[in-house]
Ligand binder design. Structure first.
Ligand code: FMN
Length: 205
């Protein structure tokens, strides 16, 4: 079993990375393989709505890290998305990646997933809501947690001192491992629901 963790921050050893590493090391202790991919220093184009990914499913027209992450996600059993808070939202680079990745890919449904965010002080719940929407619209299963998945600080030393935030990361890791095992056990006997053909009733009347 493998979980992919995306760090939207430009800091590979910053606050978001510290939170993600706590989730990852807890997952590893539970026997789940992990990989953290840092996307925050990439020059990423946003989605240009060209429709290329409808002709070539699973591939974005811009052949960059989005396609690499999609390839990894196809083989991953779970996903954790981490973002620093920028102006009370997720950071722009990460959003460019997520728009293109979720629009092009179809490897998300019924996989456990969660989001984690880090801020100096405010905007975490707005960021949390923003990122969780990618998971819910894609049919991912949200990992249960004990409190909001967020840490506070401006550097990793401050984040480590956020004992409550770090505890929540460990709870998240343990709950994700439990959910993965539960799905693995049930999956053999309980198939996922049959898909109904899509209906698109656009708001034009
Ligand atoms: C452009 C920018 C905007 C930011 N906006 C906020 C904000 O709205 N609220 C906040 O608490 N921190 C804000 N911060 C601080 C970071 O979110 C915070 O220090 C975060 O923990 C850094 O995570 P990182 O080390 O993973 O990059 C901002 C930082 C930057 C660079």
């Amino acid at each position: 079993m493998k979980v992919l963790l995306l760090n939207g921050s430009p800091h590979e050893d910053g606050c978001t990375a510290t939170a993600l590493r706590e989730v990852a090391s807890t997952l590893e202790c539970q026997g789940v393989e992990t990989e953290i991919v840092h996307v925050g220093r990439q020059a990423l184009h946003g989605c240009i709505a060209c429709g290329h990914c409808k002709d070539q499913p699973g591939r974005c027209v811009f052949d960059d890290i989005v396609n690499r992450v999609l390839e990894k996600m196809e083989h991953a059993d779970g996903l954790v998305i981490g973002s620093p808070v920028y102006y009370a939202s997720a950071n722009g680079t990460l959003i460019s990646l997520l728009d293109r990745m979720f629009y092009a890919g179809s490897c998300f449904a019924y996989k456990p997933a969660c989001v984690v965010c880090s801020a100096r002080r405010g905007g975490t719940t707005a960021t949390y809501d923003q990122l969780n929407k990618y998971l819910s619209i894609s049919g991912m299963i949200q990992v249960p947690t004990c409190y909001w998945n967020m840490v506070h600080g401006t550097n990793k030393e401050e984040v480590v001192r956020d004992g409550e935030g770090m505890r929540n990361m460990r709870v998240l890791g343990r709950n994700m491992a439990w959910l993965l095992r539960t799905l693995e056990t049930a999956g053999a006997r309980v198939p996922v629901p049959e898909a109904e053909p899509p209906v698109r009733t656009n708001f034009i009347r």
